[in-house]
Design a protein around this ligand. Structure first.
Ligand code: PLP
Length: 359
């Protein structure tokens, strides 16, 4: 007899995991928006040192990391939420804020974990279509906010399309959201954004909007996806307290904490990585457009490319895989007919371009 699971378990969509982790070395892994840059040597050393004390539980106050982030961003540690990746904070936010009868609003296509928040809580998800240029339609999102809304997710730059809106538009949007509605501004890729311009630029919004949480991660530009560290810079302390209430106390390993504390010191390296990524982004976008592909204007480390007029992205994804290039099918991300390709090394980007061919 099979196990009888809760109704919510049956509702939760299976996360579209990227394939290819078992394919060996000669594969261009361009499906998960990871960094091509590995952790710096002192970061590895900090993690190694922490592992030496692994007989102890990690510090459940996470004070060293909260202090490091507090110094970097000028936000008191009490308003810094942490998570095992920013996914953990998103899911915990859903658990803390949502329940049957409540609503959450987000754009679609957007980050593929967002629908899980509704399914897990029984809240109603309102998915607002993107505009024709694949950017967020903030006006349409505002129109969907009702008395039942508890949470709005704004992904800027947006995954999977890479498009970003200027902060003035985000600010004008926040001015019109009722103050009891939590807004998570998911800035996982903000460092790569020329539209936002500076990863510190959105922070002043926190002083104006206590209902705002700016969500960040060490998984992208910092190159620590495998260690799972995310953080939320909060407009008020209550968000941090609530997400800590709904989780186990030890959600970050000692190695993860130590690596993040060290990584945040190397902002020059972050800038170098951004410059390299922007150069690759410009080059690959121009090349694809010259070949006749429609490519969304990306502010991130990946591109959203239309590959099939009949919505059949599957054959293109399969053909790329046969040539050792893994990308994500748009149909798995809410955008049939598209692919999402992460920018890799120069060699990987060339391999992708020659494997894809002309439109
Ligand atoms: C928009 C966005 N937010 C959050 C995340 C979660 O990242 P992590 O859990 O690795 O911090 C991702 C990962 O791809 C993402 O694309």
């Amino acid at each position: 007899m099979s196990l009888e699971f809760a109704e919510k378990t049956r509702r939760i969509p299976v996360y579209p995991v990227a394939a290819g982790y078992d394919l060996g070395a000669d594969v261009a892994m361009l499906a998960s928006n990871e960094a091509v840059f590995g952790p710096l040597e002192p970061v590895v050393e900090a993690a190694r040192h922490a592992v030496l004390g692994a007989n102890r539980y990690p510090d459940p106050s996470y004070m060293q990391l909260r202090r490091a982030l507090s110094e970097r961003y000028g936000i008191p540690w009490e308003r810094i939420a942490l998570g095992s990746g920013s996914c953990d904070l998103l899911l915990s936010a859903g658990e803390a804020l949502l329940e049957p009868g409540a609503e959450l609003v987000y754009a679609w296509p957007s980050f593929s974990i967002y629908p899980h928040l509704a399914a897990a809580s029984g809240a109603r998800a309102i998915e607002v279509p993107l505009r024709a240029d694949a950017s967020l339609d903030l006006e349409a999102m505002l129109a969907e906010i009702t008395v039942a809304t508890r949470l709005v997710l704004v992904c800027n730059p947006n995954n999977p399309t890479g498009t970003a809106l200027p902060l003035e538009q985000i600010e004008a949007f926040l001015e019109r959201v009722p103050p009891h509605v939590c807004v998570i501004l998911d800035e996982a890729y903000v460092e790569f954004s020329l539209t936002v311009g500076d990863p510190l630029a959105s922070l002043p919004l926190l002083a104006r909007f206590p209902n705002l949480v700016i969500l960040r991660t060490f998984s992208k530009v910092y190159g620590l996806a495998g260690l799972r560290v995310g953080y939320g810079l909060c407009g008020s302390e209550s968000f941090r307290v609530a997400v800590d209430q709904v989780r186990q106390p030890f959600y970050l390993t000692g190695a993860a904490q130590a690596a993040a504390v060290e990584a945040v010191k190397y902002q020059d390296e972050v800038e170098r990585r951004v410059v390299a990524t922007v150069a690759a982004r410009t080059g690959v976008t121009e090349e694809l457009r010259a070949r006749g592909y429609w490519v969304a204007q990306s502010d991130a480390n990946f591109l959203w490319v239309r590959v099939a007029d009949d919505d059949q992205d599957g054959p293109v994804v399969a053909a790329l895989k046969d040539r050792g290039v893994l990308v994500r099918a748009g149909s798995a991300l809410g955008g049939p007919g598209f692919i999402r390709v992460t920018l890799g090394t120069e060699a990987e980007n060339s391999r992708f371009l020659s494997a894809l061919g002309d439109r």
